[in-house]
Design a protein around this ligand. Structure first.
Ligand SMILES: [Zn+2]
Length: 220
């Protein structure tokens, strides 16, 4: 099958999103696309959130130890300010960790004619959409969903099962705390769901208090 990106016209901008669970080879796919461009001497800049400081500080390192140099950034706007004039392709790994501003930055860069390659987890450990990923997937010109292998049955895995007890949305770099699972073998307890709901309500109250002049409608 021919990929859309084979026909990409650089003057129009293009957004590719590679998503899937942990251990599915998202970073390997990002690296493959970046390397292919570098062979053609197309200028690429690779970014990753500095929150993810496993392995070498300057490298995007996949689990299979293929690596490529990446610029660690603190937030989405940092990417915008670091783009060089000569850059044609912008690749962002672990894009799910960025704040929602990443959606604006990605939009501005594609509108300016860049080809964007973003890789990130589509779902968190509760199998809920992860941060800015739903918006990025909706805006994408091309989506690649990669899969892992379920550690229980060997089937196609689309979920990241947390095997330690913690409520952080993702334990950065703690790959031993996760296993790839299929839908049938993915487990997430209902009691935890109720606690998460209450936590989210608390967060909403805090946000409302912080913005007393915000008159926008909220859908709950
Ligand atoms: Zn399974």
């Amino acid at each position: 099958m021919l990929s859309l990106s084979n026909f990409h016209n650089f003057s129009t901008g293009h957004l590719e999103v590679i998503s899937g669970p942990m251990f599915s080879g998202k970073t390997e796919e990002l690296i493959r696309r970046v390397r292919r461009a570098q062979i053609a001497r197309v200028k690429v800049q690779v970014f990753r959130p500095s929150i993810d400081n496993r392995y070498n500080d300057k490298d995007v390192v996949s689990h299979s130890s293929q690596s490529i140099e990446a610029i660690p950034v603190k937030n989405s706007n940092d990417i915008w300010h670091r783009i060089k004039d000569s850059t044609r392709i912008v690749a962002i790994d672990e894009v799910q960790f960025f704040d929602n501003e990443i959606i604006k930055v990605v939009t501005k860069l594609t509108n300016r004619g860049h080809r964007l390659i973003c890789a990130g987890l589509d779902l968190d450990y509760r199998a809920k959409p992860f941060g800015p990923m739903p918006a990025l997937l909706a805006m994408a010109d091309e989506i690649v969903k990669v899969h892992a292998i379920c550690t229980i049955c060997g089937g196609i895995a689309t979920r990241s099962q947390r095997v330690v007890n913690s409520k952080a949305q993702l334990l950065v770099g703690a790959t031993e705390a996760y296993e790839a699972r299929c839908r049938a073998h993915f487990e997430y307890s209902e009691t935890e769901t109720e606690e998460d709901r209450q936590e989210q309500e608390l967060l909403n109250v805090t946000t409302e208090n912080a913005n007393p002049t915000n008159n926008s409608l909220q859908i709950n």
